[in-house]
Design a protein around this ligand. Structure first.
Ligand code: SF4
Length: 192
């Protein structure tokens, strides 16, 4: 089957799926775009600044190869995305940046977004990714974790669920969660 019949899923959708599966329905089936908040705008700006700093750092870096902004895709995984950074440091480490304070524990969606990027990197270079790292720009702190096979299986499960929601056009049931307060689809969700 061609890619047109089975478009690749952007890795950012994995994060949204773990935030709430109804978002997949609103964005991919109904084609709705979430309302952009001031926080989102600030996050994009900070991301762009960080990329700018990266290009300067590259020139002065000593040891430990770094690869920035890798556009990767895999038909086998059914995924595509742009990886913020991959570091070669006694094995591969995938880095994702978030414009947020460092939480006590990362959000599930952030974890699995990084694991999905790691799987794309593995598929591209044929080597296992050892660790994932989430950098929280607001507090200039990070969380690092091992990438396990169980996490990889979880991502494959999420890809399957996302495809089911999109292809069968069935909205997941409403289930209130803490994220509802700041959800960009809140205004439509309560009426569906
Ligand atoms: S308002 Fe709540 S239930 Fe509705 S899409 Fe957003 S997070 Fe999901």
């Amino acid at each position: 089957m061609s890619e047109d019949e089975h478009p690749l899923i952007p890795v950012s959708l994995i994060r949204q799926f773990y935030y709430c599966p109804r978002i997949v329905y609103f964005s991919q089936v109904l084609g709705l775009r979430e309302m952009t908040t001031e926080l989102m705008k600030a996050g994009k700006e900070e991301h762009a600044k960080e990329e700018d700093r990266d290009s300067r750092r590259k020139r002065v870096q000593l040891g430990g190869e770094r690869y920035h902004r890798l556009h990767l895709r895999s038909e086998r995984l059914g995924l595509e995305g742009v990886v913020d950074m991959v570091i070669e440091n006694k094995g591969l480490v995938v880095v994702e940046r978030k414009y947020a304070e460092r939480p006590r524990r990362p959000l599930k969606g952030h974890y699995y977004q990084v694991v999905a990027y790691a799987m794309l990197v593995e598929s591209e270079c044929g080597r296992p990714v050892r660790k994932g790292r989430i950098v929280y720009l607001k507090s200039r702190a990070s969380i690092e974790f091992e990438i396990t096979d169980e996490m990889r299986r979880h991502v494959l499960w999420a890809v399957k669920r996302i495809k089911e929601i999109v292809e069968e056009e069935v909205i997941p049931p409403y289930s209130p969660r803490p994220g509802c307060r700041t959800c960009g689809y809140r205004s439509v969700c309560l009426y569906v």
